[in-house]
Design a protein around this ligand. Structure first.
Ligand code: 5GP
Ligand code: ZN
Length: 114
C-alpha cells in the first residue's frame, strides 16, 4: 500500500535504522523509543491490524515473534528480559495500521501498561 507508512519503510522510501530483514520480515528502530531498545518487527506484506490475520498467517506471526526473541538475545536481553507488544486499534493506541510487534528492552518495564 503506497499510503502506508510501514509499507514505505519496507520499500526503502522512508529511511529507517534496520536491524534485521529477510524475505518476510523487517525489523527497525522505533523513531520515538520508549526504552533503551525499541524495535518494531513487521511483515513485508501489508496487514492492517491483528483482526485481519487468518490461519495462513500463522507461520508469519511465528516469524515475527521469533525474530523479536532473536534480536533481544543478540543484544543481551534474553536473560534479563524484554517485552513484546502488538497494539490493535484505538483502545490499545495503535497509530500505524500495518501490524508491528514492539520489542522493548533495557529497562524495568511496568505492568500493567497504561
Ligand atoms: P503503535 O502506536 O501503532 O503501536 O506504534 C507505532 C510506532 O511507530 C510508534 O512507537 C512510533 O513511534 C513508531 N513510528 C511512527 N512513525 C515512524 C517512522 O516514521 N519511523 C519509525 N522508525 N517509527 C515510527
Ligand atoms: Zn503497510
Amino acid at each position: 500500500m503506497t499510503d502506508c507508512l510501514f509499507c514505505r519503510v519496507v520499500a526503502g522510501e522512508i529511511p529507517a535504522t534496520i536491524v534485521f530483514q529477510d524475505d518476510a520480515v523487517v525489523a527497525f528502530k522505533d523513531i520515538t523509543p520508549q526504552a533503551p531498545m525499541h524495535v518494531l518487527v513487521i511483515p513485508r506484506r501489508h496487514i492492517g491490524t491483528l483482526n485481519e490475520l487468518t490461519t495462513s498467517d500463522d507461520a508469519l506471526v511465528g516469524r515475527l515473534v521469533r525474530t523479536a526473541a532473536s534480536i533481544a538475545d543478540e543484544h543481551g536481553h534474553a536473560a534479563s528480559g524484554y517485552r513484546t507488544v502488538f497494539n490493535c486499534n484505538a483502545d490499545a493506541g495503535q497509530t500505524v495500521f500495518h501490524i508491528h510487534l514492539h520489542l522493548l528492552a533495557g529497562r524495568r518495564l511496568g505492568w500493567p501498561p497504561g
